[in-house]
Write a protein that binds this ligand. Structure first.
Ligand code: ADP
Ligand code: ZN
Length: 726
């Protein structure tokens, strides 16, 4: 273990590159790793796909002794170990599938310090004598995966986890890092207490999944709609969720009859069949799995490219969890929900069976929230994050159907004004029911007593029914034009946005619920373009290798890594080594095979433009000077003299923004610009993080978000730098 900050920093970055083949950390990874290396306990809540395993695998590689990983699912351990071994990490597992001879062999290896990473099932810790045996092994750290399983408040309580509380007492000098993807503050406190974490370093990452595209479509003939969707995503692995076992079977059959390799998964199938189907899906043999929500825990597959909900989910938590299984590799993935009003009574039927009053009304409230999510004209991402108490900082997420404008909307400004005028003319002192009565011109005792039949808006909306006006009120609440205040009889108040709409300064739109169905198009931003024909070739190469090695394909290379190859066409091992996800071990194993395949492809397709191929090679400053023009070249020459943006602007008597545009061009051309000379690396990382959480490239929101700390010019340079792959 290195002694000073500098060498630790170097060791971390070196390992990231050589072992994992990654160029940079995802948010929070570096901080967590640093804390573990300094032997501090860690508690981290990070969303699925956030990259939790790297947080313990990397220290395991650097520290002396074995890193012990507690992981609840025996079925996943083999894959986890295989994946680590692919990266050249000495990994093993200890669970009930091993015989006693295997166990004692394993301990011999452990004692002789041959194992860097050991996965253990939690129940081991409750076995008599186990701790003493473990104490005979040098241990670098403990990592507790799915740590919420220790809490009775969580949704996956496993009594076995309680025995983990002995760890800090038995290993006072070994750091413990606990990870979970779901924990409310209450559960978080419970976990830290039960595990006995010692003043842990706390991380609560954003739950935003920027690479997921959220879309809601009106449900008509859902099976046909699914087929249409899948045809637009040929051969991509995906999950279709349905509510009942029968509908799972029917839909799977229907897909198969239509030539799609689909398999069913539900609790009514035998363990054997379920295991086989899940395996086939994991190994990319069946592209599509049709499943009830029983299919969930234990899916480690990182290249799920879409999740379709053919029926309305019961609540937002479930929906978030299920869609969360898409795109763990960080590459774009599509989440499509088919929403039909007809699904509501079906769920209500089940809710009505609940005997406990509180529980029943909670379930109803949760159902309402899903319906709102699907029917309101509010960014889907903002709604999901809002549900988890997280405020989304940007107006337009750029990656949902609402924000990309792919849903039809209609102007409800006039109706909104009618409602808000009624609210305003009654001094914001009445609730929804009364306001709707005024608007529809109802003849009630209360209206007569209050003389509300005298106000101008009375009856202004009598051409539409109450249901319509309730929808308008709901929409205005969802869009923050109205808010409710007061308990237990909340009254409606106008917000600033409401005032603006009332006085015609702002328009209000709602979703056209019975709009002509539109084709869902995923937005393909600059992140996502790659050579799809080459991808097919590399994917089948990957599948062949995976079969031979008996591991799931995504363990060989992730989709993200293949996509990058399909943008950069690496045809030398040196270039291949620059691809994210290609570390030393994988380079040695697969580098040649992939390089040859890419070469073959390029020779068969001479039409591929050379400049595209070079675009990635950062250290190949050969782009012609003619293309960029003399003025940019002048800036380039001053840059190479080590001048800053400001100095160049002064020297050339040009605006800084002009110089920034020059530099942007130079970066995009791969001219080897030293970004760190232009902007403080810390600041750069901050900006990068914001760009990658919002995943759209508008400079305005980024600059605003940092309150003038960041200039447009700086944001522009970082944007160019990122789009070149950093
Ligand atoms: P989690 O356990 O949090 O759901 P994983 O550890 O499985 O997430 O990581 C998800 C994916 O992200 C994996 O394919 C992993 O290789 C990849 N990954 C993790 N860290 C990085 C990084 N720093 N850069 C690029 N990819 C990463
Ligand atoms: Zn959005």
């Amino acid at each position: 273990m290195p002694h000073n900050n500098q060498t630790i920093d170097q060791a971390i970055h070196h390992t990231l590159k050589t072992v994992f083949g990654f160029h940079e950390f995802r948010p929070n990874q570096e901080a967590i790793i640093n804390n573990v290396l300094y032997k501090k306990d860690v508690f981290a809540v990070m969303p699925t796909g956030g990259g939790k395993s790297l947080c313990y695998q990397l220290p395991a590689k650097i520290m002396t002794g074995t890193a012990v990983i507690v992981s609840p699912l025996i079925s996943l351990m083999k894959d986890q170990v295989d994946a680590a071994r692919q990266n050249g990490i000495a990994a093993a597992y200890l669970n009930s599938s091993l015989g006693s001879q295997e166990v004692s062999d394993l301990f011999r290896e452990l004692r002789s310090n041959k194992i860097e990473l050991l996965y253990i099932a939690p129940e081991r810790f409750a076995m008599p004598g186990f701790l003493d045996t473990l104490k005979s092994v040098p241990i670098s750290l403990f990592a507790i995966d799915e740590a919420h399983c220790i809490s009775e408040w969580g949704h996956d309580f496993r009594p076995d986890y309680l025995s983990l509380s002995v760890i800090p007492k038995s290993f006072p000098d070994v750091p413990i890092a606990a990870f979970t993807a779901t924990a409310t503050p209450k559960v978080q406190e419970d976990i830290c207490g039960k595990l006995g974490l010692r003043a842990p370093f706390l991380v609560r990452a954003s739950f935003n999944r920027p690479n997921l595209y959220y879309q809601v479509e009106r449900k008509t003939q859902v099976e046909t709609q699914i087929i249409e969707f899948i045809r637009g995503h040929p051969d991509e692995p995906g999950i279709i969720y349905r509510t009942t076992r029968d509908s799972v079977t029917d839909t799977a059959d229907f897909l198969v009859r239509n030539g799609i390799k689909a398999l069913p998964y539900h609790a009514g199938l035998s363990t054997d069949v379920r295991g086989k189907n899940q395996d086939a899906f994991n190994r990319d043999e069946a592209a599509v799995i049709v499943a009830t929500i029983a299919f969930g825990m234990g899916i480690d597959k990182s290249n799920v490219r879409f999740v379709v909900h053919a029926d309305l989910p019961k609540n937002i938590e479930g929906y978030y969890q299920e869609t969360g299984r898409a795109g763990r590799d960080g590459e774009p993935a599509h989440c499509l929900l088919f929403f039909g009003m007809g699904d509501i009574p079906k769920i209500r039927f089940f809710i009505d069976q609940i005997t406990d009053d509180t529980e029943r009304s909670m379930s109803l409230e949760k159902l309402n929230q899903v319906v709102k999510f699907a029917s309101h004209n509010v960014c889907r991402r903002r709604q999901l994050l809002g549900y988890f108490g997280e405020e989304y900082p940007v107006d337009n997420c750029g990656n949902c159907d609402i924000c990309t404008g792919s849903v039809e909307q209609f102007d409800i400004t006039r109706d909104a004004q009618i409602v808000m005028s009624a609210v305003s003319r009654t001094q914001e002192r009445f609730g929804i029911g009364h306001i709707v009565d005024i608007v529809t011109g109802a003849d009630t005792k209360r209206i007569r007593e209050l003389q509300h039949d005298m106000i101008k808006t009375y009856g202004a909306g009598k051409d539409r029914d109450k249901k319509h006006w309730r929808f308008i009120v709901d929409e205005l609440l969802a869009q923050d034009a109205l808010r409710q205040e007061g308990e237990p009889y909340p009254v409606l108040k106008l917000t600033e946005k409401g005032q603006n709409a009332l006085y015609g300064r702002e328009q209000v739109a709602a979703l056209k619920r019975d709009a002509e169905k539109r084709k869902g198009q995923t937005k393909r931003g600059i992140f996502e373009q790659y050579d799809t024909a080459l991808f097919e070739r590399l994917r089948s190469l990957r599948k062949g290798i995976a079969e031979e090695e008996q591991v799931p394909p995504f363990v060989v290379f992730s989709d993200k890594t293949l996509h990058e190859m399909c943008r950069c066409y690496p045809i030398t091992l040196t270039d291949m080594r620059k691809t994210s996800g290609v570390g030393d071990s994988k380079l040695k194993r697969y580098g040649d095979a992939f390089v040859s395949e890419i070469k073959r492809y390029l020779s068969e397709n001479p039409g591929i433009i050379i400049s595209e191929r070079q675009a990635v090679s950062i250290d190949r400053p050969r782009t012609s000077e003619k293309k960029t023009g003399e003025t940019v070249e002048k800036t380039y020459r001053l840059l190479t003299k080590g001048m800053s943006m400001e100095e160049i602007a002064r020297e050339r008597n040009l605006a800084q923004s002009t110089i920034a545009t020059h530099i942007e061009k130079l970066i995009l051309e791969g001219r080897g610009i030293e970004i760190d000379n232009l902007i403080d690396p810390k600041k750069r990382r901050m900006i990068e993080e914001l760009f990658s959480t919002t995943k759209h490239w508008n400079l305005g929101p980024v600059v605003e978000q940092f309150n003038d700390l960041v200039t447009y010019e700086e944001a522009k340079l970082v944007r160019a730098w990122m789009s070149k792959g950093g």
